[in-house]
Design a protein around this ligand. Structure first.
Ligand code: FES
Length: 196
């Protein structure tokens, strides 16, 4: 009688191969004034970063509505990266502190919904930090690759489309009107950028 093949090691090997070939989809919400420009800088400087991240430009990280993150997860993202100006350097004064509060709240929320908190990450990056942003994107990509695909059954848990965005915004400490559409005036760099 022949000996049976060792099933467990073969499965483990298969899982390792799947993890190695899995290409995560990461949605990156970036601030127009810093991290989006950092990504641009990385591109023009030919600094490579994984193509797994799809960048979406917001005027400020403070514009990130919590439902944007849930919507990204519900539509197939394996992770969400939020990136904005360093604390104290937001062009809308202190909106990135609001982004930080929302980020912390969202990490707890997604954990309660069965999503690993590591699938939502926050990175501060100035417009000059193209290399740093590229390195952070590479780090996040590898961390999410190790977590594996998400496949979040959102439709069974929460109806994202019926969420009232205004209520969600205000519930997380946002101003009634959201962050200003036009830059507010204390940062001279910002004024120069808009004049161009
Ligand atoms: S985080 Fe960049 S302008 Fe607010």
């Amino acid at each position: 009688m022949s000996a049976q093949a060792p099933v467990a090691p073969a499965r483990a090997e298969g899982a390792a191969t799947a993890a190695a070939t899995f290409e995560p989809v990461i949605i990156g919400f970036t601030c127009n004034w810093c991290s989006y420009r950092a990504a641009d800088l990385a591109g023009t400087a030919r600094v490579k970063y994984p193509p797994n991240v799809r960048l979406i430009r917001l005027m400020c990280s403070g514009r990130l509505d919590p439902t944007f993150v849930l919507k990204a997860f519900s539509e197939g993202a394996d992770a969400v990266l939020v990136s904005g100006c360093h604390p104290g350097e937001c062009h809308y004064i202190e909106q990135n502190y609001k982004a930080l509060r929302r980020f912390q709240l969202l990490q707890r929320t997604i954990e309660a919904l069965g999503i690993e908190p590591g699938r939502l990450q926050l990175v501060w990056a100035s417009a000059a930090e193209g290399v740093r942003l590229a390195n952070e994107i590479a780090r996040v990509t590898e961390e999410v690759r190790a977590l594996g695909p998400l496949n979040w059954p959102a439709g069974n848990i929460v109806d994202i489309d019926s969420v009232n965005l205004d209520t969600a915004w205000e519930a997380t400490g946002g101003d009634a009107g959201g962050p200003p559409e036009a830059p507010g005036g204390v940062n001279p760099d910002h004024a120069a950028e808009t004049a161009r």
